[in-house]
Write a protein that binds this ligand. Structure first.
Ligand code: HPA
Length: 277
């Protein structure tokens, strides 16, 4: 068996042994949304360390567990903490959790992250709905023999962020009076922040925000036929757009500052998704 698939199936067996809960929406919590589990009527928790072969994050501020429960009527699984490619994991390990959540039953993947922003009018604390991404500066998680059980060799990427889910997010933001920007997210490997020249290149290429996650997870989830949506919390202006030096502390501080509205937007969107599906 393909070793990537074998590892995934072993992880799935661990989940099935321990958890009797089938989620519909899978949510990946980025910086600042760690407390989002408070929004959930929790039914079960599965620490990553209890899952054979599961990648464990080394980044401070990233807990490591799946939380299962309900937001309104919607059964969800949350990832509290994710691993990043820059931690040294193989890119197939980075996307294994997203694949696992599809196997658990989730049809929708809701991705969130902290990002550096450079869209016009962006400021620290802006929330940006992801409309498309640039992932070609990070390794593609589908490289290697195609895993036919998961999806096709050459997946279409024309509408990777589901247009209907985008519309739900837009409408919820309007109703909740949450200012929402929209834009293209670029994933780079990190862990160093970008140079001003790199940011100018990304802006010229049509991106408005960048970070070190999300797009590869979207690629793997799209390969498996999931519907995907995503929101970035712009925690800082990217290099060259601010006179300040970039620090992880600033990223965390801004994420914490806007977490109330970020949480509200995500919570209400998931409730709305439950009504419209
Ligand atoms: N660059 C990349 N990743 C990030 C940034 C940034 O400026 N801020 C938060 N995550």
């Amino acid at each position: 068996m393909n070793p990537v698939y074998e590892k995934l199936m072993n992880a799935y067996d661990c989940y099935k042994e321990k958890i009797d809960f089938k989620p519909e929406v899978a949510l990946v919590l980025g910086s600042g949304l760690g407390g989002f589990a408070d929004e959930v009527d929790v039914k079960a928790v599965l620490p990553y360390e209890d899952i054979e072969g599961f990648p464990i994050s080394t980044v401070l501020g990233h807990a490591g567990r799946f939380v299962f429960g309900y937001i309104g009527e919607v059964p969800v699984v949350l990832m509290q903490g994710r691993v990043h490619f820059y931690e040294g994991y193989d890119i197939t390990d980075v996307v294994m959790p997203a694949r696992l959540m599809k196997l658990m039953g989730a049809k929708i993947l809701f991705l969130t992250n902290a990002a550096g922003g450079f869209g016009d009018g962006f400021h620290p604390g802006t929330l940006m709905m992801i409309t498309d991404h640039i992932a070609c500066f990070a390794p593609n998680p589908l490289v290697g023999p195609n895993i036919e059980e998961l999806g096709t060799r050459f997946p279409d990427m024309s509408h990777i962020y589901d247009p209907k889910l985008q519309q739900v997010i837009r409408e919820v933001a309007g109703r909740e009076k949450i200012e929402l920007e929209e834009g293209v997210y670029a994933q780079l490997t990190g862990p160093s922040f970008e140079t001003p020249a790199e940011i100018r290149m990304l802006k010229a290429a049509g991106a408005s925000a960048c970070g070190m996650s999300t797009a590869v997870e979207a690629i793997a989830a799209n390969h498996m036929g999931m519907r995907i949506c995503g929101i970035s919390c712009i925690t800082n202006l990217a290099a060259g757009f601010s006179s300040e030096r970039l620090t992880h502390a600033e990223v965390q501080q801004t994420a914490d500052r806007v977490s109330e509205k970020f949480r509200r937007l995500v919570r209400e969107t998931i409730k709305e998704i439950g009504k419209t599906q």
